[in-house]
Design a protein around this ligand. Structure first.
Ligand SMILES: *[C@@H]1O[C@H](CO)[C@@H](O)[C@H](O)[C@H]1NC(C)=O
Ligand SMILES: *[C@@H]1O[C@H](CO)[C@@H](O)[C@H](O)[C@H]1NC(C)=O
Ligand SMILES: *[C@@H]1O[C@H](CO)[C@@H](O)[C@H](O)[C@H]1NC(C)=O
Ligand SMILES: *[C@@H]1O[C@H](CO)[C@@H](O)[C@H](O)[C@H]1NC(C)=O
Ligand SMILES: *[C@@H]1O[C@H](CO)[C@@H](O)[C@H](O)[C@H]1NC(C)=O
Ligand SMILES: *[C@@H]1O[C@H](CO)[C@@H](O)[C@H](O)[C@H]1NC(C)=O
Ligand SMILES: *[C@@H]1O[C@H](CO)[C@@H](O)[C@H](O)[C@H]1NC(C)=O
Ligand SMILES: *[C@@H]1O[C@H](CO)[C@@H](O)[C@H](O)[C@H]1NC(C)=O
Length: 904
């Protein structure tokens, strides 16, 4: 596999992207009938767009004008967005060219003057956006012809008056946005032009309004909604405002951040004769709500009082709020100081007037505690949030929530209140409760089960993030209706109690036991939870339970959870996974096994997970992804995360995976950067997706190739070893064979044809032994005659030629092998060679070795190129150490001398 090809692929992969980018930098994007030409630095309107477009977006360009002629082509436009340009002039003919125009957006431009003709042809216009221009004055009724206009946005201009026309017009207007201008007086004549309009929303926020002239709002046909946020209304001006709103149709009034620091029983008197349903008084630094302040608001339903500074809620502050259903008191009370003296105070029975209140949020406050009649009278209250409401609630007793006994409370949120203990029967008066949130407190106790007594309708108990919880078999025995139980990071103890703490929760759908460092559970923990769909067990210490080495075998704690959809087992230290562990979990849609130490997955582990949609195996030790293991799990997958695994980029390990990646529609994010090869070394850090599988495409030829390769290698190794250890034998027999084949006749002459029975090769130093042992043999047997160099060579002269001749004239050659012989240069170089040559030509039995000493074979080979193995065993004789065996030796020697010269 060449290293360069993947880089070429990646370059080719980038090419289309590059083309796309360059083409879109100077071309509008047309999709359906909408052309988006935004952010193109255009100075002119493009003239080459399809003529049938209905939406043209020209925002964020450098247009100075919108020449009507340039739009002749686009007569079908209904929406023209020219925002964020430098347009300073608008020609009336634009609308003439665009008769169907409904939405014209020219926000963030440089328009300063609108003439009587500017919009004269825009009869079909429904929305006109002129926000953030520099219009300071409007004269000559420019909007007179906009009979269909629904929304007009003139905010963020320099207008000092609301007067947009001199006579009634804009009869269909529903929203008029005039915030962030310089309007300081609302005059009747300034709003006369709306005399026939029915405004859902008049937005006047962030204006320096100082005065409401008599009858100003009555000039408007109908006014349902008014926003005056961020205006410097003090209590006096607010009172005046409300008087002006008297007898109007006002329903929705927003007075956020208007410095209404106090309300008295006169502030809202003007609203007596209205049907106000929504009032926003948030962010007002409101400090005192006098008794009876809201008595004039019997129709109010939504009341926003958040982010104020109330010190003391009097028993009659909310008197008269008969219809309020939703009350937001988040951060409504003093919070600056923690000193006890400045803690906010709520008089008992303060809420008793709110007979229709269903939703009360008192979160993010600093109350000292719950008083015995704090919530008395809230007979419709269903949802109460007391999240982070109390400095320290400590112990919840059987009396804490007594004031809610009459409330049909469905949800109670008690998070972040430093609750440390729940006593028995704490919630026993809340029989309707379905959702109880006790998370993020400091609860540290044993749960006996008595805590939940009376919660006959409870569906969810959220206990996550507390100090510690010790479970018992009865912990949840009294709440069998529970469907969701959250016990994340609560230092859960005694989870393996028997029977299981969860044994009675037959309706449980969600169980969160994550972040508890749980190490000990038994296989009965989740037994019988047949409706369980979501199980969170991440960040525990369950690794031991799946080990084969576990004393009683793997613990199958998931068995029987046939409805399970989502299973999270992240960060548990798992390094083994039993093959049967997901058996029967056929409805699993999501498995998270990320951040474990898994390497090897058993073959059939995911066989039952055909409906899996999401599989997370990131940050494990997975090296190979094989079809037999992951095939079933990958079949219907929509999301896969296998990032940060040490992939082994070889054909066997990832070829199938790479092939699957390149053909699947499954969403795999960060494929190119977080899926890298770890091994083999030459691919380290290389993206898995670029691994070239063409070499492994067809596995059958590959296997054949492998087999052939291996065989050749084995044969080679065998040959090398054979040559190394037995080479001499091969070459020796080769020589012998060659000589015989090439016709060297076997010289098997009769004994009488030889002059000597044997030529004796020995070292000079061994001559005495030779003499002593061979001459007696000659004496005994007169026919026997040896060629002894000392005797038979004249004057002991060693002529090479005579040696050769003597060897030839001898029937056999005897080597007397000693350490001396091995060192004798003449023997080494010549005599032995000659004798062996002769032996090869004649036959092998012609050589007899007599060992006077024990000489290892390798030394023999090294010095004389002889080996014991070359000769028949009867031709190899050892001189006996014991005297009594000398006779036997002589006998053997005679046998050897008498044998025929041939190999059999
Ligand atoms: C708009 O024009 C383009 C070509 O200019 C054409 O492909 C498209 O079908 C037309 N759309 C309609 C709704 O006529
Ligand atoms: C025009 O494009 C801008 C920026 O992309 C976008 O904020 C604006 O909503 C678009 N206008 C229309 C009418 O789609
Ligand atoms: C737009 O109109 C101006 C003058 O009305 C003309 O000079 C220009 O060529 C036109 N541009 C296009 C793109 O039609
Ligand atoms: C509000 O009105 C009262 C009397 O109606 C007056 O005494 C007081 O000064 C006024 N306050 C402001 C800030 O105008
Ligand atoms: C308003 O409160 C004052 C005392 O603060 C009281 O004298 C007056 O009668 C109250 N007005 C109404 C309408 O309740
Ligand atoms: C308030 O609503 C009632 C009934 O919906 C209606 O009769 C009455 O006219 C409304 N009052 C105002 C001031 O609009
Ligand atoms: C609360 O419990 C105590 C004993 O622990 C008991 O005396 C008292 O009557 C209980 N109060 C209520 C309202 O049940
Ligand atoms: C309880 O209130 C907190 C803070 O507003 C919120 O995050 C949490 O979701 C609420 N609990 C429930 C069950 O709605």
């Amino acid at each position: 596999m060449s290293q360069s090809s993947p880089y070429i692929y990646s370059f080719l992969g980038l090419l289309p992207f590059w083309i796309l980018c360059t083409s879109s930098t100077n071309k509008c994007v047309v999709r359906h009938e909408a052309a988006d030409c935004s952010h193109l630095k255009l100075t002119q309107v493009p003239d080459d767009l399809p003529a049938n477009i209905t939406v043209l977006n020209l925002t964020h360009n450098q247009l100075r004008r919108l020449p009507p002629d340039n739009f002749t082509r686009y007569s079908q436009l209904t929406t023209l967005d020219g925002g964020f340009n430098s347009i300073s002039k608008l020609e009336p003919e634009l609308c003439q060219k665009l008769p169907l125009l409904e939405i014209l957006n020219l926000e963030h431009n440089e328009l300063s003057r609108l003439s009587e003709r500017t919009f004269i042809f825009c009869v079909n216009l429904m929305e006109l956006h002129l926000r953030s221009n520099s219009i300071q004055k409007i004269e000559n009724d420019p909007f007179q012809n906009l009979k269909n206009l629904i929304k007009l946005d003139l905010s963020h201009n320099g207008l000092s008056s609301t007067k947009l026309g001199s006579q009634p017009q804009l009869e269909n207007l529903q929203e008029l946005l005039l915030s962030n201008n310089k309007i300081n007086i609302l005059r009747r004549e300034g709003l006369d032009f709306l005399g026939n309009s029915s405004l859902k929303k008049l937005e006047l926020s962030s204006n320096p309004i100082k005065e409401f002239s008599p009858g100003c709002f009555h000039a408007i046909g109908k006014l349902f909604g008014l926003s005056l946020n961020n205006a410097q209304l003090n209590p006096n001006l607010t009172e005046q405002l409300c008087l002006e709103l008297s007898n109007t149709s006002i329903q929705n009034l927003s007075l956020s951040n208007t410095q209404l620091y106090r309300t008295s029983n006169m502030t809202f008197v003007g609203l007596k004769h209205t049907n106000l349903t929504v009032l926003d008084l948030s962010h007002n630094n409101l400090n005192v709500i006098d008794n009876g302040s809201f008595v004039w608001l019997p129709h109010l339903e939504y009341f926003f009082l958040g982010y104020n500074n109330i010190e003391h809620l009097f028993s009659h502050s909310f008197y008269g709020l008969l219809s309020v259903r939703y009350l937001d008191l988040r951060r409504s009370f003093t919070k600056q100081s923690t000193a006890l003296a400045s803690r906010p105070k709520i008089d008992d029975f303060s809420f008793q007037w709110l007979k229709r209140l269903e939703y009360l949020n008192m979160g993010d406050n600093n109350f000292p505690g719950i008083k015995s009649n704090m919530f008395t009278g809230l007979i419709k209250l269903k949802h109460l949030s007391l999240s982070d409401s109390f400095t320290s609630l400590r112990t919840l007793t059987n009396e804490t929530f007594l004031s809610l006994a009459q409330s049909p409370l469905v949800t109670l949120n008690l998070t972040k209140n430093k609750i440390s203990k729940i006593e028995s029967d704490a919630f026993s008066c809340l029989g309707h409760l379905q959702v109880l949130d006790l998370g993020l407190n400091e609860i540290g106790q044993e749960l006996t089960g008595q805590e939940w007594r009376g919660l006959g309708n409870i569906i969810e108990i959220y206990l996550s993030y507390n100090k510690y919880l010790q479970l018992t078999p009865g912990s949840f025995a009294l709440v069998p209706s529970l469907q969701r139980l959250m016990l994340r990071r609560v230092a859960l103890r005694n989870v393996d109690s028997s029977p299981s703490p969860f044994h009675s929760l037959r309706h449980l759908v969600i169980l969160d036991l994550s972040n508890n460092n749980i190490a000990n559970i038994n296989d009965k923990l989740l037994e019988g939870l047949e409706k369980l769909e979501i199980l969170e067990l991440q960040h525990n210490n369950l690794a031991r339970l799946w080990k084969r080495a576990n004393p009683s075998g793997p613990v199958y704690f998931l068995k029987g959870l046939s409805r399970l959809h989502i299973l999270n087992l992240e960060s548990n230290g798992f390094d083994e996974i039993p093959a049967e562990v997901f058996k029967g979990l056929s409805e699993l849609k999501s498995i998270d096994l990320g951040l474990n130490n898994l390497n090897i997955f058993p073959l059939s582990v995911f066989d039952d997970q055909a409906s899996l949609k999401s599989l997370n195996l990131q940050k494990n030790l997975i090296t190979s992804v094989e079809k037999d293991v992951f095939g079933p799990a990958f079949r219907n997958l929509s999301n896969l995360d296998m990032s940060f695994n040490p992939f082994d980029c070889t054909c066997e390990s990832i070829a199938w995976f790479v092939n699957w990646i390149n053909s699947t529609h499954t969403n795999i994010s960060d494929l190119s950067s977080h899926y890298l090869c770890n091994t083999p070394p030459q691919y380290h850090g290389f993206p898995v997706m670029l691994f070239d599988i063409s070499a492994c495409k067809d596995s059958a030829p590959f296997e054949l190739f492998f087999i052939i390769n291996t065989s050749i290698l084995l044969i080679f190794i065998f040959t090398v070893l054979l040559i190394h250890f037995e080479g001499w034998r091969i070459s020796f027999y080769w020589n012998v064979s060659v000589h015989r084949v090439l016709g060297f006749k076997e010289i098997d002459r009769q004994p009488e044809q030889f002059e000597y029975a044997a030529y004796i090769i020995h070292a000079y130093k061994d001559r005495d032994w030779v003499w002593e042992n061979f001459s007696p043999m000659e004496e005994k047997d007169q026919t026997l005659r040896f060629c002894l160099e000392e005797r038979d060579f004249e004057a002991g002269v060693l002529e090479l030629e005579s040696i050769v001749n003597s060897i030839k004239r001898s029937r056999k050659t005897i080597f007397v092998i000693t350490q001396h012989l091995l060192k004798d240069p003449l023997c080494k170089r010549f005599k032995v060679h000659q004798a062996v040559q002769q032996a090869v030509e004649q036959n092998l039995d012609s050589i007899i070795l007599i060992f006077l000493e024990d000489i290892p074979d390798y030394k023999l080979n090294h010095a004389l190129c002889l080996r014991r193995g070359m000769f028949k065993s009867h031709c190899i004789l050892n001189w006996p150490v014991q005297k009594e065996r000398v006779n036997a030796f002589h006998h053997k020697l005679q046998v050897a001398l008498g044998s025929r010269n041939s190999i059999h």
